[in-house]
Design a binder for this molecule. Structure first.
Ligand SMILES: [Zn+2]
Length: 440
């Protein structure tokens, strides 16, 4: 326990779910915050004595837990939520999504990003890993609203893109942004080719080299569908993960999204190279891609996080809902109620998120960690009684129980109010913007 440092605010609640190595849950607990970090976690009575002058926030019948981490999304796509559903992935992309995306502007991208971030803050998410186009707008939005984020401009072999006239312009943009956002306390850049089927092998390798050169992370959609596997086998004679390994893309700075199609050998490759995987169960179910072998991956030592995917393919940015779906999908897929228990789902959304964002300072409530945490009210009928608070969080909560969201020591959402954005104005703007997107 750290003492002797100044505590700015002491948050108290009926439960503190630390998610530390022992998965300690403290009854009548408290979290002491100093600046952007957690100073101490313990019993409320003791911390009250230690920090008598701290500002107090008494959350009552609630659970404080680490902020949930959305490991894969495309935040600007809230503009297209519900625009097209219930289609096969390639038809959905080529017939409906890509033509709409061609009309986007930096202003619309920023608006869509702000809207998704509001949804995440409202449902207990503090950090996310984003990839899309015109991401300069997403950097700006995340900086403004106060969330923690890994942000990458997505690239394919098809130029000109909405952002860049050619690959050289893309590399320049990444280099520029690496200086612009260097040492930002909450925001880090990633180099993110869209997928192996949209990006040629030499460009994939150049992207990986660029990530290493600029100190960025590397991410990509990978092994999402059976169709992708078949195409990759036809074109390159290898399955997607094996193919990417051959290109040198599997490494400790790499995070791969979806990874539905992975056999034993490929799971072993992901583990031995230190690559992280983000599971997107709702998107995989909605697009009928299949069920990723996350229990096998976790047993093999792969770092597995959880993500929503974009608001057009989920369609929510709600990690509480995603934990529930993740657990249930594994159970029905394996016909085993023991698959992906509640604790495993919570681990993926917190500790796994830390691994997939390659940020060791988030994902648990412990001294020295960044002060990224949320509080869920336990007062509503679906959260009572509390036999097991983790069970209620994963299986009974909806996300609407969120009463507090804190990132880097700053309160961003509390008791129904957004503290760093004007939600009413945002809602009006998105209604106008959607009309424009559809009719222009
Ligand atoms: Zn995606």
């Amino acid at each position: 326990m750290l003492t002797g440092n100044h505590c700015d605010t002491l948050y108290t609640a009926e439960y503190v779910v630390t998610q530390n190595d022992n998965r300690d849950i403290i009854r009548k607990g408290a979290v002491a915050v100093s600046g952007d970090s957690i100073l101490c976690v313990g019993h409320s009575d003791i911390l009250t004595i230690l920090y008598p002058d701290a500002r107090r926030v008494e959350l009552g019948e609630a659970a404080i837990l680490p902020g949930l981490i959305n490991g894969h999304t495309h935040v600007p796509m809230s503009l297209l939520r519900g625009f097209s559903d219930d289609k096969a992935l390639m038809d959905w992309l080529t017939q409906d999504i890509f033509p709409q995306e061609a009309k986007l502007t930096p202003e619309l991208v920023e608006l869509g990003a702000m809207f998704s971030m509001a949804e995440m803050l409202r449902t207990g998410t503090t950090a996310f890993y984003d990839m899309y186009m015109m991401e300069r707008s997403v950097f700006r939005a995340a900086d403004k609203i106060g969330m923690r984020a890994v942000i990458g401009e997505s690239v394919t072999q098809y130029f000109p893109s909405l952002t860049c006239r050619d690959a050289e312009a893309y590399f320049e943009l990444v280099r520029e942004q690496s200086f612009e956002w260097m040492n930002h306390p909450r925001i880090r850049q990633a180099v993110v080719p869209h997928a192996p089927y949209t990006t040629k092998p030499d460009l994939l390798q150049k992207c990986y080299a660029l990530a290493e050169e600029t100190g960025a992370l590397f991410g990509m959609h990978l092994a999402e569908t059976r169709g992708e596997t078949d195409t990759c086998l036809q074109q390159f004679g290898k399955r997607p993960i094996d193919y990417c390994h051959g290109l040198g893309l599997l490494s400790p700075i790499s995070t791969f999204f979806h990874v539905v199609e992975a056999n034993e050998e490929e799971i072993a490759l992901l583990a031995s190279t230190g690559s992280a995987v983000v599971h997107n169960p709702a998107s995989n179910m909605k697009l009928a891609s299949g069920a990723a072998r996350i229990d096998d991956m976790r047993r093999a030592g792969v770092c597995v996080g959880l993500g929503t995917d974009g608001p057009a393919s989920n369609n929510a940015q709600n990690m509480v809902r995603e934990m529930y779906v993740a657990s249930l999908l594994q159970k029905v897929h394996h016909l085993a109620p023991t698959a992906c228990p509640a604790q495993a789902a919570l681990d993926m959304a917190t500790r796994g998120g830390s691994a997939t964002l390659h940020d060791p300072c988030i994902g648990t409530l412990e001294p020295g960690m960044r002060a990224d945490f949320i509080a869920l009210s336990l007062e509503s009928p679906n959260m009572q009684p509390v036999h097991n608070v983790v069970s209620n969080i994963v299986y009974a909560a909806t996300g609407a129980e969120t009463i507090l969201t804190v990132v880097n020591g700053q309160e961003l959402y509390r008791d129904g109010k957004f503290l760093t954005c004007d939600y009413e104005a945002l809602r009006n703007e998105i209604q106008q913007a959607v009309t424009w997107v559809k009719t222009s």
